[in-house]
Ligand binder design. Structure first.
Ligand SMILES: Cc1cc2nc3c(=O)[nH]c(=O)nc-3n(C[C@H](O)[C@H](O)[C@H](O)COP(=O)(O)OP(=O)(O)OC[C@H]3O[C@@H](n4cnc5c(N)ncnc54)[C@H](O)[C@@H]3O)c2cc1C
Length: 622
């Protein structure tokens, strides 16, 4: 096997990056004995669980506002709606309330524009990173109001500790000069995402008029006279179904990862996308599906950062190939460049790809820093416990690494108040489309902003809305229809269908290296699943019934994803078309919007980004 030799420049660059990382964290490492050691921090309490209300099969639960999903967005929405005077709020989650969301497993790093900082400086950095498809009106509103949210969080007892203790309260990443991340949130003995969700749950429970329904999956929205009128929910354990009659609904159900291999994206099955789309809302930016580097045999978050800690990716010829694809940053560049390079290496027959964590720089310094940063992330902490339990030592030999799907970055299109085209229907969190960029910290910032914003809009709508009309015969028919598949054992299981779907979508030659013919072929296969497999999907028990709906939703998302990918004939952000490898600002500074047509087929409409109304303009020459 040929050993790849780094050039002197590359060596200096590598050691330089590691040295920078080391310098940045050395003060941090020196602060306490505990942090300086490679010991994994002690487990933390998980916080107080919220008891769910029980209901009889066939119940009609009346409420002013129904909030679906309790990550950062749903929790903020519930608190805000109560504070805005909404008298009756029903909060529903298919997991446990506020405790099984992605939000609760995140690092908790997020953005707040601090007093004295210039919003335009931030926008000049944030908009280009999403290749100019950002909703600048949303960024503007989000940044303008962000510090007030930080003050609220502080007043509720959440503390953002220094990112580098005693050295830097915030850090700039992704090559930003102005945009800076607050992180390391702590509340009541909890850290990272758990601290934020724990504290928000606590605040929510202090409000009056909120009812809780956990383990309840919303399977369909109900409309009457073109307006939102409620939803149908199915309990994942006892299989009972209820009708929620509501004047307004906020969907904050996360995104669609196709149950990808990236950390804790299991719950991201595109439920909110399918709910909104089938109710008539418009989807946008659906062609952007992001991928990350993931280990084959153990869990890990943020592996794409490992280049900065002295690791390298090797192909089967032992070549540290990332420098060929990204001469400037090697493995330190954006995940979309790394995953594209990995896919190309595999296609050229130089797979499998291994992450080499045996390097001198990593074993000596990198791993020490990596593990000492565990306080920042709940998910990575769990991974490290697991590695310790199993005695797996990542520094022993290079490990197989794959490319894993993080999720579709596009989502439901909304106005500046987070309202959809359907009166009474709002979206928040990563179910709301703001831009197609993968900016660390931006998703939770969006979730907090839009959770708050959507609830303010919904409260206003509710205060003006006459009593909601809901034809109870229609609602009951929809409720019964939701349970109809239950007990079907002949046919194809949801897992079988999901694996088939994943084989199509996760094919490197379909989603990472796209071209017209492969996308068309993939679309045909997805349509075949839709027409032949979905009608015979089994739902042997209540557990499988939930999977039945999740699989349905993912197949619908896959179709929209492939149709939008075919439509965008250029390369932009994580959407890479081999047949159109250049970014084409002349023709493609447009959003691709998808709406369900009268015949049930998606209708595609292109919408020019309104730069005449936006402060940040794209470069003319691209
Ligand atoms: C490992 C990891 C680390 C991350 N770290 C960060 C970070 O540090 N900073 C950052 O900004 N972002 C981070 N992210 C991105 C993160 O996903 C978002 O910031 C955050 O989760 C967004 O919150 P949300 O409320 O929009 O959605 P989610 O947290 O995904 O919550 C959605 C909720 O909806 C519920 N739900 C879904 N479908 C239904 C249904 N049909 N019926 C009822 N309930 C339903 C789910 O059970 C879930 O509780 C990370 C992501 C991962 C995977």
């Amino acid at each position: 096997m040929k050993e790849y030799k780094m050039t002197r420049r590359q060596f200096l660059k590598r050691t330089g990056m590691a040295a920078a990382a080391t310098a940045a964290t050395s003060a941090y490492l020196n602060t306490t004995e505990a942090l300086a050691s490679t010991e994994v921090p002690a487990p933390r309490p998980v916080g107080k669980y919220i008891q769910s209300e029980e209901w009889a099969d066939g119940a009609v639960i009346e409420t002013d506002l129904l909030i679906i999903g309790t990550g950062f967005a749903g929790l903020w929405a519930a608190i805000t709606a109560a504070d805005q005077g909404v008298k009756s709020i029903a909060v529903v989650d298919k997991g446990s309330i506020g405790n099984s969301s992605n939000a609760s497993m995140t690092g908790g790093g997020t953005f707040f524009l601090h007093p004295g900082e210039d919003k335009m400086d931030w926008m000049k950095e944030l908009v280009p990173i999403s290749d100019y498809l950002s909703r600048q009106d949303m960024w503007d509103d989000q940044l303008t109001t962000s510090y007030s949210r930080m003050e609220k969080l502080k007043s509720w007892g959440l503390e953002y500790k220094d990112m580098i203790p005693m050295v830097a309260p915030r850090v700039s990443i992704d090559g930003f000069k102005h945009v800076a991340l607050n992180g390391n949130p702590v509340w009541n003995g909890l850290t990272a995402g758990k601290a934020v969700t724990g504290m928000l749950r606590d605040q929510m429970q202090k409000r009056k008029g909120i009812r809780y329904f956990s383990k309840t999956m919303i399977t369909r929205l109900l409309k009457q006279d073109g307006k939102i009128a409620g939803a149908v929910g199915v309990h994942r354990v006892n299989g009972k179904a209820a009708v929620f009659k509501a004047k307004a609904v906020i969907i904050s159900t996360g995104q669609c990862s196709f149950r990808g291999q990236y950390a804790v994206t299991e719950i991201q099955t595109g439920d909110g996308y399918a709910l909104a789309y089938n109710a008539g809302a418009t989807m946008t930016n659906m062609e952007f599906l992001s991928f990350e580097t993931v280990p084959g045999v153990y869990g890990e978050e943020g592996a794409c950062l490992k280049g900065t800690f002295g690791c390298r990716l090797l192909n089967s010829e032992n070549r540290d190939f990332m420098w060929d694809y990204n001469p400037k940053d090697g493995l330190g560049g954006p995940a979309r460049i790394t995953t594209r390079a990995m896919a190309k290496e595999v296609r050229e027959g130089r797979g499998p790809i291994r992450m080499d964590q045996t390097t001198f720089t990593f074993t000596l310094l990198g791993q020490r820093i990596w593990r000492s940063m565990l306080i920042y992330t709940e998910w990575q902490k769990l991974n490290e416990y697991r590695l310790d339990d199993t005695g797996h030592d990542v520094t022993e030999k290079p490990e197989i690494f794959y490319v894993g799907s993080f999720g579709i970055i596009g989502a439901v299109k909304a106005d500046i108040g987070c309202g959809t085209t359907i009166p009474g229907l709002y979206v928040a969190g990563i179910t709301l489309s703001q831009d197609p960029g993968m900016i660390k910290g931006a998703e939770s910032a969006r979730a907090m902003w839009s959770g708050q914003k959507s609830a303010m809009s919904a409260a206003d709508y509710i205060s003006h809305a006459p009593d909601v009309k809901l034809d109870l015969d229609y609602a009951e028919a929809e409720r019964k229809a939701a349970l109809k598949p239950l007990g079907r054992t002949d046919g194809r299981t949801p897992n079988e269908i999901l694996f088939k779907l994943q084989e199509i979508i996760f094919d490197y030659n379909v989603s990472i290296l796209k071209n017209e013919s492969r996308l068309r072929d993939a679309l045909q296969k997805v349509i075949a699943i839709k027409e032949s497999d979905l009608p015979v999907m089994t739902a042997a028990d209540t557990h499988e019934l939930i999977k039945y709906y999740e699989t349905h939703n993912m197949v619908e998302c896959a179709e929209l994803y492939l149709r939008a990918s075919l439509e965008r004939r250029e390369t932009r952000e994580c959407h890479y078309r081999e047949d159109y490898p250049e970014t084409n600002n002349k023709e493609w500074l447009k959003w691709i919007n998808l709406t369900k047509g009268a015949d049930g087929q998606p209708v595609i409409a292109l919408e020019a980004v309104p730069f005449d109304q936006y402060p940040i303009k794209p470069p003319k020459e691209v």
